[in-house]
Design a protein around this ligand. Structure first.
Ligand code: KG4
Ligand code: ZN
Length: 330
């Protein structure tokens, strides 16, 4: 059994996953305290992780029907993310692993999102093209093995999830904005407003800054009262633009690689409209269950199966990283 922890942002997550990739438990405790600030406050996130992490680990073990004795590997998100938040997970994982002299697998968060596709019972095998779309990252990658990927395109400014969150804030919705905006969009007309998709950005890179600005100007021009009346149409049109912006790049990548299969992952892959739109691309599309798209520790355990685990006590010097992808000894 693999016990994994994920604390890179505001969700405190622990999971137990078997070597075969069966999810025995996956606990996600969302902090729900950042709403009033319109975004995650790093210091508050770290403090809440500290308060929640032991109970979340206990719950994950209990729900899986096992205890630490049954665990042969501890895995943890090492980065990228909020360093203070990551460190709570890293320190907890070190303590748990060291108490039984277990090895520790440091996992890259984005590789974790990709590895959600390797979990049973719907595991897929490389090679495939993969959209990784979360609150902090938006990448189009080629996955040829279980340990990594090759980046084909990335966002030049905001991430897709960030575009959802910022749009939601402009429409007076809470945080995280993606689910809230998507719910509001259900009652709206996606063709009511024409928002930009940055289709003129050639190649496979993404850009969402212009879209956010377009919404800002539209809301300003409409004024408070009409914005309130058109809120559902604004949400639906804005969501439509984000989804199409993602789909345009996916179509370009697929055109360059006929016969390629596609996977989508990351928090934004929980979006209903994106999931439906991707299914209509005419290629094989894999999308993990929504709860495995948004942050969770099961995906970290999944990725850990192909990470070189660090033996005790070497990992006691392990550090977290905020950006990029580093080797384990920082
Ligand atoms: O992967 P994730 O859970 O955390 C990060 O690694 O950032 O992604 C979170 C992002 C947030 O921006 C959130 O608004 C977005 O994913 N998100 C959604 C939906 N669920 C989460 N965006 C659109 N529709 C959703 N249903
Ligand atoms: Zn994530």
């Amino acid at each position: 059994m693999i016990l994994a922890l994920e604390t890179s942002c505001d969700d405190t997550c622990a999971a137990v996953v078997s070597d075969a990739g069966e999810v025995r438990s996956s606990i996600v405790s969302s902090q729900g305290v950042h709403d009033r600030f319109g975004g995650v406050v790093p210091e508050i996130a770290s403090r809440h992780h500290l308060e929640l992490v032991n109970a979340v680990v206990d719950d994950a073990l209990r729900e899986a029907g096992c205890d630490l004795e049954d665990v042969s590997l501890v895995a943890v998100t090492q980065g990228p993310g909020l360093v203070g938040a990551l460190l709570v997970g890293v320190a907890t994982a070190k303590g748990l692993a060291a108490s039984r002299r277990l090895p520790l697998a440091p996992v890259d968060h984005l590789q974790g999102h990709v590895a959600a596709n390797f979990l049973a019972p719907d595991a897929i095998e490389p090679p495939f093209l993969c959209l990784i779309a979360s609150g902090g990252h938006t990448l189009l990658v080629r996955v040829t093995g279980k340990r990594g990927y090759e980046v084909l395109g990335r966002t030049l400014d905001d991430a897709a999830g960030e575009a959802f969150d910022k749009g939601a804030r402009l429409l007076g919705l809470g945080y995280p904005g993606g689910p809230a905006l998507s719910r509001l969009a259900l009652a709206g007309d996606p063709a009511a407003f024409a928002f930009p998709t940055a289709a003129r950005v050639a190649g496979l890179d993404f850009s969402f800054a212009g879209l956010k600005t377009a919404l800002l100007y539209t809301v300003r021009d409409l004024g408070q009262e009409r914005t309130r009346r058109c809120a559902a149409d604004l949400a639906a049109s804005y969501e439509h633009a984000i989804v199409e912006a993602l789909i345009i790049r996916i179509e370009r990548a697929l055109a360059a690689e006929p016969g390629a299969r596609l996977a989508i992952c990351g928090g934004v892959a929980a979006n209903r409209r994106l999931r439906e739109r991707a299914q209509r691309l005419g290629v094989d599309v894999a999308v993990p269950a929504p709860e495995l798209c948004t942050d969770n520790a099961a995906m970290i355990a999944s990725a850990a199966r192909w990470v070189d685990a660090v033996p005790y006590p070497d990992y006691l010097a392990l550090d977290a990283y905020a950006t990029g992808r580093r080797s384990r000894a920082a």
